[in-house]
Design a protein around this ligand. Sequence first.
Ligand SMILES: O=C(O)c1cc(C(=O)O)c2c(n1)C(=O)C(=O)c1cc(C(=O)O)[nH]c1-2
Length: 254
Amino acid sequence: MTTTAPHTALVTHHRATENGPAPWTADELERRLRELAVSRYHDRHPFNQRMHRGRLTPTELRTWVANRFYYQCNIPIKDALILSKLQLPAQRRSWLRRIQDHDGHTDQDGGIERWLQLGEAVGLRRDELLDHQHLLPGVRLAVDGYVNFCRNAGVLEAVASSLTELCAPSIMLTRLETFPLHYPWIKSAGLSYFRGRVPQGRRDGSEALGWVRTWAVTREQQHQALAAVSFKCDVLWSLLDSVQGAADQDHCNA
Ligand SMILES: O=C(O)c1cc(C(=O)O)c2c(n1)C(=O)C(=O)c1cc(C(=O)O)[nH]c1-2
């Protein structure tokens, strides 16, 4: 059996070819992915900024919670689409855990149930959440856009689009810190969704990052991964644009 010296393999891997520029190293790709996610993440959106500074009215908070519920309901659906693209049992087992995190093992646990509890804690009824009575058109389009992206994209881009989760644990921690201060009327039990997502988001983000580092071996694939993160940042940003738009309209009508 012939083998290639490790250093030779490395040189071959990073050399520019007639097919395009040389790929970045996995570390450089990771640096670019993180930089993109951080710079475009929706924690910078004016609505999130107002939320974390305690400036939202109870009505605005309810609008956000009710609309984010549509995102929460669709996360396991997009994860099921990604699951169907994974070739290895170990990968599917691992991704399946994400669906279970949201759907729970019974009706009494899981992220969707915890989001419903958040809804009740801010003054929404379960039935109005479950029927998506307050769903805004732009939120529906943004979330459906994310699901369809994961339906139609290849596995690399679909997995890469979840990488905004690298930033999600810190936004959860911000909410856990600021909500009790600014919105003391929300019972602490209502915040259990945020508590649960801190370790889950860390684990999911680092798993997806490891896979993207391994799979994106050409510069073209690396650009695809970056474009997927950029698209996902747009999804999250558009969702908040719609929620902010509804708040502005309420303000004008008042
Ligand atoms: O509240 C947030 O700011 C936020 C952001 C994100 C994200 O960055 O995509 C997710 C979540 N929450 C979340 O709760 C969640 O379960 C989740 C799953 C995913 C994903 O793309 O697979 N993102 C996120």
